[in-house]
Design a protein around this ligand. Structure first.
Ligand code: GLN
Length: 447
């Protein structure tokens, strides 16, 4: 597949031809990465996750409850894409309501990893990552609440970036956990990622959490030759599989050889990341998903009275993982437990943010694994707690609202990709991309 940078030089006829080829290849691939091949306008085709509104397209969050729902308006990211010479092309499969790490919970069936079809592509933006890595999309948009862009990018061997909270408008993104969600790019390489990030980011008055900050373009200023100070969190690494630890150590060495300075740090609060995230995200999800009741939104199953209709519609329409989150979210918000869980989690969230700020007093970037293992086999993540634990390296970034980028650096002995992530200070995407390009240049990853 041509890169996004190469696509910028193609005329509209060539791009139309390319779209046809992409459709054919998507079907041949058997990855189930696309759940539809809608096309909206001309411009360089970008694959869109099924939780971002494209006016006139279905948007279902890969859920049964939203079957047949047509987006009545355009998400700001789609407007931004179109005004920058891109177009929306194709719907990407995902975990239902973006809750999950494998793309196995989709109403449309699971997506497969292009490196080995017995393995999951990760999630929840698994369709986006599998399509980009599998050569059937030039680039894609995903969303990241606790790792859903970076983790599938890492499992599939492509680049995925989560912007600072507030950098990219959430207007038109179906909400999962509103204080954590961000839309971001999934691409074949770091340059393409910067190009797509530039196209979608910027202040939007339609999103009250949108940041009105300097938003100088990243791509024209990309500089992989800056010498950066990179923090490594020593007490963080031992949880990762041996081969990931080895790849991590090798990459640190290469970064040092390239002139970057490595500093060693510890973080005390990382042991609370998973509990804090799963309290906050389920609380917010419960609130956001209350609207899918068969009356306001969602397919209806008629009951004997109103509350029976709510019960039947929600019981029929939501899958198991979504129901689990709604139950957990109601529990942590219920009176009597609110202070012990939700309120405490909000306090711990501040401690996590403070700890990141302290590290960034001495460092430009933090380097960490993206995941403790490479892509697991399909069907192996049946214990929800095991799945939640596998988010250990990605979720604190969302809790702190920071930007991060996952870059492929190598493969394990089963030939499955390994990614590492850089994390930077809030609103310092330029440094993040500069570091990522430097890392991409020195690791020499071959898909
Ligand atoms: N795996 C995490 C979860 O299940 C992250 C999901 C996401 O980022 N959307 O909540």
């Amino acid at each position: 597949m041509i890169t996004l940078k190469e696509a910028l030089t193609k005329n509209s006829e060539e791009l139309e031809e390319l779209k046809k080829q992409m459709q054919e290849k998507a079907e041949e691939s058997g990855l189930n990465a696309y759940i539809d091949s809608n096309s909206s306008g001309d411009g360089i085709p970008i694959l869109i996750k099924d939780n971002i509104q494209v006016k006139g397209w279905f948007v279902t969050c890969a859920s049964k409850i939203l079957q047949g729902y047509i987006a009545p308006y355009e998400a700001t990211v789609i407007k931004n894409l179109k005004s920058n010479g891109f177009s929306a092309f194709g719907r990407a499969n995902m975990d239902e309501f973006a809750m999950g790490s494998t793309t196995e919970s989709s109403y449309y069936g699971k997506t497969l990893n292009p490196h080995n079809k017995n393995h999951v592509p990760g999630g929840s933006s698994g369709g986006s990552a599998a399509a980009v890595a599998g050569g059937i999309a030039i680039a894609a948009l995903g969303s990241d609440t606790g790792g859903s862009i970076r983790q599938p990018a890492s499992y599939c061997g492509c680049v995925g970036m989560k912007p600072t909270y507030g950098r990219v408008s959430r207007y038109g993104l179906s909400a999962f956990a509103s204080s954590l969600d961000q839309i971001g790019p999934i691409t074949q390489n770091v340059e393409d990622c910067a190009i797509l990030y530039d196209a979608i980011s910027g202040y939007d008055e339609k999103d009250s959490t949108s940041a009105n900050k300097n938003d100088d373009k990243i791509y024209p200023n990309l500089n992989p030759n800056r010498k950066l100070t990179i923090a490594v969190i020593d007490n963080y690494i031992s949880e990762a599989d041996k081969e990931i630890q080895e790849e991590f150590a090798k990459t640190i060495k290469k970064l040092e050889d390239a002139g970057h300075t490595i500093v060693h740090k510890n973080m005390q609060n990382t042991k609370y990341d998973i509990a804090t995230y799963y309290i906050i995200c389920t609380a917010e999800a419960t609130t956001n998903l209350a609207r899918y009741d068969g009356i306001r939104y969602g397919s209806r199953e008629d009951g004997t009275n109103l509350s029976d209709t709510f019960l039947k519609s929600r019981s029929e329409g939501f899958g198991d993982e979504v129901k689990r989150r709604i139950l957990l979210g109601n529990f942590v918000l219920s009176s009597g437990y609110y202070d012990a869980y939700y309120l405490k989690a909000q306090k711990v969230r501040h401690l996590i943010q403070d700890e990141f700020n302290t590290i960034f007093e001495d460092a430009d970037l933090i380097l960490s694994p993206v995941t403790p293992s490479t892509a697991p086999k399909i069907g192996s993540m049946h214990d929800p707690l095991e799945m939640y634990k596998s988010d250990m390296y990605t979720i604190s970034v969302n809790l702190a609202g920071l930007p991060a980028i996952s870059v492929p650096v190598g493969k394990d002995s089963n030939n499955m990709p390994i990614g590492l992530q850089f994390i930077s200070k809030a609103f310092n995407e330029q440094t993040l991309f500069d570091g990522a390009l430097s890392m991409e240049n020195i690791v020499n990853y071959k898909s």
